[in-house]
Design a protein around this ligand. Structure first.
Ligand code: GLP
Length: 261
């Protein structure tokens, strides 16, 4: 696991953009795995700037979302499928048709999950998966106790996640759906490359558990320790509890040029 600590979240977003750009430069028809939440917003803004200046193009790319709430009507502003159009798709000039997500309104949710896995496989799998980190250590909506081998499925959100996400629903926890569809941890691990972004001191305990704790279903993000190509990008507050922070800084400062994006 490569851990990169940047002084600010904005600098972390620029580094994440460099990684995405390098993948799309070598694979113009890259399949992107997109996260919602606030963590990747700076990255998406940066990629929007780079598209506007002609530095990168997503015209040939496809994308898959990690997760979706169950039961939010089409057109609801907090449906992840709507959110991603707003924060990413429109900015980078992709067509909305080239972005796919689990169908949280399907009459048969179990079948929708199987279908979603099939579409990801048919697209050739994900070249670069972007992730945020829940304050309870979740990735996508894989809450603590998720099977480390899980596939796309229905999950029940924890009270804590619903409280964390209430800010997107006018502060009303009761308005946050209780159920979601989410790619499983086993699904996410199949991405060829993973970039996780976390910023702010509220993420520091989850970051420490993910990077330096044991691999455990109690901290779903810790399963990323088993993936061969993960970059964790942190700002200083998010990195503040890491035991080996100085070592991660030293590794980054001395990273050979040929290994950089
Ligand atoms: C949400 C999403 C995740 C996201 C995480 C962190 O519940 N399902 O994909 O990464 O929580 O959110 P944020 O980036 O807003 O802190």
């Amino acid at each position: 696991m490569e851990v990169v600590i940047r002084p600010t979240a904005a600098e972390g977003s620029c580094l994440a953009a460099d990684l995405v750009e390098s993948v799309v430069a070598t694979t113009p028809r890259a399949v992107l795995g997109l996260a919602t939440g606030s963590s990747p917003v700076g990255l998406y803004d940066e990629l929007g700037h780079r598209v506007a200046t002609g530095r990168v193009s997503f015209a040939g790319c496809r994308a898959f979302l990690l997760d979706e709430y169950v039961g939010l009507p089409t057109g609801h502003p907090q449906r992840y499928r709507s959110v991603i159009d707003e924060i990413f798709v429109r900015q980078v000039g992709m067509s909305s048709d080239s972005v796919d997500g689990p169908n949280g309104n399907a009459s048969d949710l179990a079948e929708a999950c199987v279908e979603y896995e099939r579409r990801i496989t048919e697209a050739g799998g994900v070249d670069i998966q972007l992730l945020g980190l829940g304050s309870d250590g979740h990735v996508a909506f894989n809450e603590p106790s998720s099977s480390l081998a899980s596939r796309t499925r229905l999950k029940t959100l924890t009270r804590r996640t619903r409280e964390d996400n209430a800010r997107f629903f006018g502060g009303d926890v009761a308005a946050v759906p209780r159920h979601c569809l989410t790619q499983g941890l086993g699904t996410i691990l199949e991405a060829r490359r993973i970039v996780l972004i976390a910023a702010g001191v509220s993420k520091a305990p989850a970051v420490r558990a993910m990077v330096e704790g044991p691999v455990s279903a109690l901290v779903p993000a810790s399963v990323l320790q088993l993936h061969p190509r993960v970059t964790v990008i942190l700002d200083e507050p998010a990195a503040s509890l890491l035991q080996l922070a100085d070592y991660y800084r030293e590794v980054w400062e001395n990273k050979p040029a040929w290994q950089r994006p």
